[in-house]
Design a protein. Structure first.
Length: 259
């Protein structure tokens, strides 16, 4: 009998090796679309059920498919949240259903971000960012995802969720930030967002770019002109680039500002 490996065994061995090597890098890009769709549907169903065990099983299924927690937090949770939002717009899910499901996704996201190796310790001279979720804003999941993305990029991020405008302005006055991000949802309250941004600017010890992101970008145009923000985007890497921080990992306040 020949000692040469059987072709089918070679294929099976290669497939097993591919799954092992891709456990945390690029695995999601090589999964069949049907498999990824099944995983998304399982995660959506688990969030709607409101059962911790269902979310644990969905997370385990994602792990078995080769997706690490970072991919779950940065890719799967935002996509499921987007689908819930669209279901609300399409009237296929009620506001209550979407709110409950989103709350469970937030709980899962907090768990993912609190466990190693998701925690990242910024360098002593890392750029500093303030993420503001104003009081009365209930769409917080996207801002939490964005906060995690910034931290993984090496930023030192302070999160202000549901705090008063006065408290936010005190943070801006006492901590020297390199960028300020405001998450906003409702296009019918742009006057309130404009007022908030004006107060934040008044509190700045030095000129600092303000970026508006969130669900409002899907329903309103020319956000910068209407609110006084410098930029409007929900893409964190684009926000970093627009603020000129891509290659400037220096201490907050160390750069020379204009007159």
């Amino acid at each position: 009998m020949s000692d040469a490996p059987h072709p089918l065994r070679e294929i099976a061995d290669a497939e097993r090796g591919r799954r092992v090597v891709s456990i945390c890098e690029g695995a999601s890009d090589r999964q069949p679309r049907r498999t990824e769709e099944d995983l998304l549907e399982q995660l959506m169903s688990a969030a709607r059920s409101g059962e911790r065990g269902a979310l644990t099983r969905a997370r385990a299924a994602l792990h078995r498919a080769g997706h690490c927690d970072e991919v779950i937090a940065q890719r799967f949770v935002p996509e499921v949240a987007r689908r819930f939002g669209q279901a609300w717009v399409d009237d296929t899910l009620s506001f209550t259903d979407v709110s409950i499901a989103t709350a469970w996704l937030q709980r899962m996201l907090r768990q993912l971000e609190s466990e190693p190796p998701a925690l990242t310790n910024p360098e002593p001279y890392a750029p500093a960012a303030l993420m503001v979720i104003p009081a009365g804003e209930y769409h917080t999941l996207g801002a939490m995802v964005a906060t995690g993305q910034l931290r993984k990029l090496g930023f030192s991020v302070r999160l202000s969720a549901g705090q008063s405008t006065r408290t936010v302005c005190e943070m801006v006055q006492t901590d020297d930030f390199d960028m300020i991000l405001v998450s906003w949802a409702r296009s019918d309250r742009l006057d309130s967002l404009h007022a908030l941004i004006l107060k934040i600017r008044d509190a700045m010890p030095r000129p600092t770019p303000i970026v508006v992101g969130g669900a409002v970008l899907a329903t309103a145009r020319q956000i910068e002109r209407q609110t006084g923000a410098d930029y409007a985007t929900s893409d964190i890497e684009e926000a970093v680039r627009l603020c000129g921080l891509t290659d400037q990992f220096q201490p907050a306040g160390a750069r020379v500002t204009g007159a």
